[in-house]
Design a protein around this ligand. Structure first.
Ligand SMILES: Nc1ncnc2c1ncn2[C@@H]1O[C@H](COP(=O)(O)OP(=O)(O)OP(=O)(O)O)[C@@H](O)[C@H]1O
Ligand SMILES: [Mg+2]
Length: 307
């Protein structure tokens, strides 16, 4: 459905994208996950024909973006990172405006606007000016405006940043519904929980490069990361630690705590606890740190996803 090959973008002195490639199948939910300045918005903006690439080829629904930009545009809906709405107009009039840009026939457009307002729980506020809306409500209208022409593909650039939980949950419900109905979705975020929850496949982008991509399970196994069993003790003498270290090589001590690294927590946990009780150690707390996108990201880039 989407094919991006060797895409690069240079803004004056900044090399924002350094030749990225990826393929997205029809109906797939693809997440671009990366920290600030990684190149997520640049990628989405190029695919939405808003920004011109320096190099590379983008194909959308079989159309070459450079040769057939209009056909590409008809296929996609774009939810930009910055909310683009007219504050002095009502939600309804904003949607009329955005819908008319996509040449949706007037009668059909009115029907679509009503449906989308219902979908986003804003039908009863449709005649209020957008300037009276909360941030989360504006965000919902921002997404609604991208859906009026029934696009096959939806690009969403960090659609849940800085909004209330109620709006966020509603947006989650809507995108899950769209995904179930078969829409192809490209979603950028730096919230790993969102990427883990929604995405069929994830591309981790940093510094203008996609450093790894695949399903969550593929990312987990390719990272070869181990899970951590972090145990703190009431007391831990050097002698006791030496005894543990004889049995367990892959560990790290920090005063009265030990991190045990394991590729099979299920079987290792009971072994470790048994050993500790043999030595007479009194356990204060046990924590298991699973491998997740945050830890994978950290191991690949040495950076936290969030600043
Ligand atoms: N119009 C522009 N002119 C110059 N540099 C730009 C422009 N837009 C983006 N950049 C630079 O390109 C790089 C990638 O920016 P981009 O906005 O694509 O990142 P992002 O992943 O979307 O970040 P964020 O999470 O902050 O939205 C950054 O170094 C940024 O400063
Ligand atoms: Mg961005």
């Amino acid at each position: 459905m989407i094919s991006v090959s060797n895409l690069s973008k240079k803004y004056d002195s900044v090399q924002a994208l350094k030749g990225i490639s990826f393929e997205i199948k029809e109906g797939e939910f693809y997440g671009l996950l990366g920290p600030n300045g990684a190149g997520k918005t640049t990628t989405i903006s190029i695919m939405s024909t808003i920004v011109e690439p320096s190099e590379g080829i983008v194909k959308i629904a079989g159309f070459d973006l450079k040769k057939n930009p209009i056909d590409c545009k008809k296929t996609i809906g774009v939810v930009p990172q910055e909310i683009a709405l007219y504050n002095e107009l009502s939600a309804y009039d904003n949607l009329l405006f955005w819908g008319s840009l996509y040449n949706v026939p007037k009668s059909e457009l009115k029907k679509r606007i009503d449906e989308t307002l219902q979908l986003f729980g804003l039908h009863d506020r449709k005649n209020d000016k957008v300037k009276t809306y909360s941030g989360g409500m504006k965000r919902r209208i921002n997404i609604a405006s991208a859906l009026l022409h029934n696009p096959k593909i939806l690009f969403m650039d960090e659609p849940t940043v800085g909004i209330d939980p109620q709006s966020r949950n509603l947006i989650f419900e809507v995108i899950e519904k769209l995904h179930k109905e078969g829409m192809t979705i490209v979603y950028t975020t730096h919230y790993m929980e969102e990427a883990e929850r929604f995405c069929d496949r994830i591309g981790i982008i940093d510094n203008g490069e996609i450093i790894v991509q695949g399903t969550l399970d593929e990312l987990k196994s390719s990272s070869k990361m181990k899970e951590t069993i972090a145990i703190s003790f009431v007391e831990l003498s050097n002698e006791q630690f030496d005894k543990i270290e004889l049995e367990w090589k892959d560990l790290k001590r920090n005063e009265n705590s030990i991190n045990f690294y394991s590729s099979n927590v299920k079987s290792d946990l009971s072994k470790i606890i048994l050993k500790c009780s043999e030595i007479g150690l009194d356990i204060h707390n046990i924590e298991i740190q699973k491998v997740n996108l945050e830890t994978i990201f950290l191991s690949l880039t040495g950076k936290q996803l969030r600043d």
